[in-house]
Design a protein around this ligand. Structure first.
Ligand SMILES: Cc1cc2nc3c(=O)[nH]c(=O)nc-3n(C[C@H](O)[C@H](O)[C@H](O)COP(=O)(O)OP(=O)(O)OC[C@H]3O[C@@H](n4cnc5c(N)ncnc54)[C@H](O)[C@@H]3O)c2cc1C
Length: 507
């Protein structure tokens, strides 16, 4: 037993990690660390029943477990600790605090967490925040982290919420210039600088001063589940998993800012160019946040109207926050169309067409390339996400919720708010939708955004040797032995889609 373990333990905190899986610049963790002079323990819990959810993704789960492992390594390196339990929060807190109580050991004085905005999470957090103080006499403290501007902070002048992206984003940009949001960014800038300085001088020193064995005075009476789950689930990943955790996210952000940001506005729509940040997987788990991105961007003018790389990039960050904002104010979008008039559409839902779309065998090269990129990498370029989503709903006439769920099963960055928002936008059922009578032509989209066919050739090897002029319309070259003819006639299907959306309500 270390010397520290013999000193009686005074007050300490428990930090409940959720979608804030990092140490650097973690507001609620930092609040606890300061309040308890470094004596703060980490807890993560997930209800194992979520593995049976219909939108469960084995690949995303594997990446998430690797993110937790990176977090634990970071915490331990700094003198802290993380316990991972595979039960829901009530059961987890009961197990931990109950075990401490039974042994007559000191309970944490506070429990901290960063706020989450999904409907399920808000309900869970309200329940836990009321239950913990009543049952265990602990203080509960929460902070803003997952979004730069919280949904309740951004309202229209009359008090309602924004349903259209552009006015939302203009207001978001204006708020970003306000002192309270600038303070969040400044805090992240300081945290990032402190982290860089500590790294370069190798002088981080233990910033935390408590471990789970220390609190229990020896071996833990509770089994930690992280390694068991990692051993079982990480080998099951069917796509190469990117490096996980804050350090990997920070490196990717640095590379993006250095190599791609200047040309972002020109290249972000070209799927072959890899001109985007690919930070979505890290934003999803909170290995990195919008505030940290703004902090790292430095002194860029935050002006919605600019057309340069940094501002275009910020407008995309604002899209993410917009969809969180919509989900917060209209939780029903999780299950149904935002627009009431499109809640009863009679989707034909042909299962064989849906299967061909999933497998990248529709006979439309840009669609097939996108679906195969998704299958092979767990990620898809945003322009192609829009094309394949439009194709599924408006060419194949399949309910957007089928596509939304399939994306959740496949995407490493699968995230309810932007995924639901993206699908409802493409299907014209959402807020700020693509008008239903405007249907993406997949052939023209391919020609415009992949003119040399570099992206198509990368993911559809059957077409690799086709001359450029046939690449976007291979059927024009005659029958191909190993590539399907178009599953549907685009013009005909687009007309059917318009008719479907015109159906009288409820018919
Ligand atoms: C049908 C459909 C489904 C989608 N599903 C998801 C999803 O599950 N998870 C997810 O994070 N994004 C989703 N998006 C949004 C977008 O495609 C991804 O965020 C983006 O492709 C991620 O790549 P990136 O990090 O390189 O983006 P960048 O171009 O580098 O953008 C930076 C960040 O801005 C945000 N962002 C960019 N574009 C959008 C957008 N159109 N909507 C909302 N946020 C955006 C992301 O957080 C992204 O990481 C979806 C879009 C569509 C059309």
């Amino acid at each position: 037993m270390s010397a520290a373990a013999t000193v009686p333990l005074s007050h300490y905190g428990l930090h409940w990690f959720r979608r804030d899986l990092r140490v650097v610049g973690n507001p609620a963790l930092e609040w606890s660390r300061q309040r308890h002079e470094g004596r703060v323990l980490g807890l993560f819990c997930f209800d194992h029943q979520f593995l049976a959810r219909p939108d469960f993704s084995a690949n995303r789960f594997a990446f998430f477990l690797e993110t937790l492992a990176a977090l634990r390594t970071d915490l331990r390196r700094l003198g802290g600790d993380l316990l991972v339990l595979d039960v829901g929060p009530r059961a987890a807190f009961s197990a931990v605090l109950g075990a401490l109580g039974e042994r007559g050991l000191l309970l944490p004085e506070s429990i901290s967490f960063n706020r989450d905005y999904e409907p399920f999470a808000r309900q869970r957090d309200a329940d836990i925040a009321a239950w913990l103080p009543k049952t265990f006499g602990v203080t509960v403290h929460s902070e803003c982290d997952h979004l730069l501007v919280e949904p309740h902070e951004l309202r229209r002048d009359g008090g309602g919420f924004y349903q259209i992206y552009t006015p939302f984003a203009k207001r978001w940009f204006a708020l970003v210039r306000q002192p309270h949001v600038q303070a969040r960014i400044a805090a992240q800038r300081a945290a990032l600088q402190q982290h860089e300085a500590a790294r370069s001088t190798a002088s981080a020193g233990p910033r935390f001063a408590l471990t789970w064995p220390r609190v229990f005075g020896g071996a833990l009476p509770l089994a930690d589940h992280l390694e068991r789950y990692r051993q079982e689930h990480v080998p099951r990943a069917t796509v190469p998993l990117p490096a996980a955790g804050f350090a990997a996210a920070r490196t990717r952000l640095g590379e993006f800012l250095h190599n791609k940001l200047t040309l972002y506005a020109e290249r972000r729509d070209i799927p072959a160019a890899a001109g985007t940040s690919q930070l979505s997987i890290y934003l999803k788990n909170g290995s990195l946040t919008s505030a940290q991105i703004l902090a790292a961007l430095g002194d860029v003018p935050v002006d919605f109207g600019e057309r340069d790389g940094p501002t275009t990039f910020l407008r995309e960050i604002a899209w993410r926050e917009f969809y969180y904002h919509i989900l917060y104010h209209c939780p029903q979008v999780e299950h149904e169309a935002f627009l009431p008039r499109f809640r009863q559409l009679s989707w034909p839902n042909r299962e064989d067409w849906f299967a061909a779309w999933q497998r990248g065998l529709t006979g439309y090269p840009i669609v097939d390339a996108g679906m195969r990129q998704l299958q092979q990498t767990g990620w898809m370029h945003n322009r192609v996400r829009m094309i394949v989503a439009s194709f599924l709903t408006k060419d194949l006439l399949v309910d957007w919720r089928w596509g939304e769920r399939y994306f959740m099963q496949q995407l490493l960055d699968g995230d309810l708010a932007p995924n639901n928002g993206g699908w409802q936008w493409a299907a014209s059922t959402g807020c700020d939708p693509q008008p239903y009578f405007r249907v993406f032509n997949p052939t023209l989209q391919g020609r415009k955004f992949d003119p040399q066919g570099e992206y198509i050739r990368r993911y559809v090897p059957e077409l690799r040797h086709l001359p450029d002029k046939f690449l976007h319309e291979p059927a024009a070259a005659g029958a191909l032995a190993d590539y399907p003819r178009p599953l549907v006639d685009h013009k005909r299907q687009a007309a059917l889609a318009v008719a479907l959306y015109r159906q009288p309500r409820g018919s």
